[in-house]
Design a protein. Structure first.
Length: 169
């Protein structure tokens, strides 16, 4: 997984998208198709990271209720993460609305499209390191899981061990 600095350096270098026939961009000014292709590649790379991590969470299930371009991750039938092919981020649930507002005000996240209420935010690929995304996904999973009825929680496999930050930070 490339680091953020590497990605920004790559975005200023010449790049021709292998899937499109276009003129190669110059080093000083990448062409719009080159930028679009790099953005699509970045989106696919982070989507793979999200899907791989969510698949390791006990009882997490991937669904596509809004069509093949939208991947929704659920625990006990309730959504804890969602991303769309070609989009620029992943939507996750926060502990509460105040936490979501704090993340938005400090520009760590933006308001999640179509999920304006209930403490949902979107973490953008270009602003969020992979380890931060993994932590945010696990935190969202634990928040949604803890809100399930006791009977449904009892049916699920044991949750992963909690490491690092406190919930909602």
């Amino acid at each position: 997984m490339p680091q953020i600095g590497v990605i920004s350096r790559v975005m200023t270098q010449p790049y021709a998208c292998p899937s499109r026939k276009s003129r190669p961009a110059t080093a000083a000014q990448p062409g719009p198709l080159a930028f679009l292709c790099m953005q699509t590649t970045l989106s696919a790379m982070f989507a793979r990271l999200i899907d791989t991590h969510c698949a390791t969470l006990p009882g997490a299930v991937a669904e596509q209720p809004f069509g093949p371009d939208t991947q929704v991750w659920k625990i006990g039938g309730r959504m804890f993460a969602a991303h769309t092919r070609g989009a620029n981020g992943v939507s996750v649930k926060c502990a509460d609305g105040a936490t979501a507002q704090r993340l938005i005000q400090t520009r760590k996240a933006i308001s999640a499209p179509y999920l304006k209420r209930g403490g949902w935010v979107m973490f953008l690929w270009e602003n969020t390191r992979p380890e931060e995304l993994r932590w945010r996904l696990t935190d969202s999973y634990m928040i949604v899981r803890s809100g399930l009825p006791c009977e449904r929680q009892a049916e699920l496999p044991p949750p992963p061990p909690i490491r690092g930050r406190a919930a909602g930070a």
